[in-house]
Design a protein around this ligand. Sequence first.
Ligand code: ZN
Length: 391
Amino acid sequence: MALLQWSRAGALLLVLGGACFGQSLDEARRIQANVLGVDSHNDTMQRVLIEKVDLGQRLADGMIDLPRLQEGGIHVPFFALWVPTYYPGAEAVRRTLQLRDAAQGVFDKYPDRIELATSARDIERIVGQKKIAAVLTIEGGHQIDDDLAVLRMYRRMGILSMTLTHFRSNHWADSSTGKAEHNGLTDFGKQVVQEMNRIGMIVDISHVSDKTFYDVLEVSTKPVIASHSSCFVYSDIPRNMKDDMFRALAKNGGVVGVNFGSSFLSQKDADELKKLISQRNAIEPNLVGAELDAFAAKEHAESGEVHAKVGNATVEDAANCIDHIAKVAGIDHVGIGSDFDGIPSVPAGLENVSKMPALTAALLKRGYTESDIRKIMGENTLRVIRAVVGY
Ligand SMILES: [Zn+2]
């Protein structure tokens, strides 16, 4: 009898618990429909250039397209014009132009649904018109071919930020996953940061070595971002940030966009990324022009990003990392940097951008208020854009 009563009470609690969760998901959907959602990193433009996917359609695969961005409440995706580090010198500049052209193709095809944004003011106007405000970024300082004129021309083409390195160190900055060649930033690297401050281009410290990160903070007069990095305390990959780095970034006024890659969020998948990075760093095709592009297309087709799987992390792990950064650095210094379409494994419950309300529900469960969530989902990164561009 006692057992029966207990089990009835248990069942009642289960039902109530389910109802609560349903309510919090409804509440999360309402909040997510009203935030100005910013995601400071995705790799979707590779798919547009190489696979010719049509972002106007709801795609059966991948993680981002225009319908799913709207559904997930991410109105301001940062599309990375990423060029693999095996593109040497001017070849990397040529590849960047191809990606910029591919992005323009999307803007020209869907002028009523997506528009290039190069300032906070642009973003507010475009999102106010219920369109996607696309921000373009460069991912890897090698893409300027050691030339500040190239950097300035990228900015004039509407590119708003640059990640200083990718997986390998370049001629002027050490990467977290490359050989330490310069003990951080060289003198020219410092000039790059100063020039980016001057021309209103956001410095992105994701991918750089810890020493490069601290060198950047010493030189930069503007807030910087880590567009797609997560918590070292939860996964010890070199791409993640330690707590002292979060505190230093807070002092600079910057923001960390939390990376959703399962390897970034869960120690169980850390080795997967470490292995992938060492494989990628060993690639040296020694080709140029169309032959090099064909090589890159083949590598893209075979990569984990195109055939992403669900990893060991869950949407709760993404919320844990956000919560950790908010506690260590403060609520004003954490944002979203999914890395969607650039990660080989995604968290369960957060498989693509349309699932963002599940993350908001996980934050509500942790006691975050609607105003906290608005900051995390976009206001923090928008603040940095305004501070760097000036308007
Ligand atoms: Zn990256």
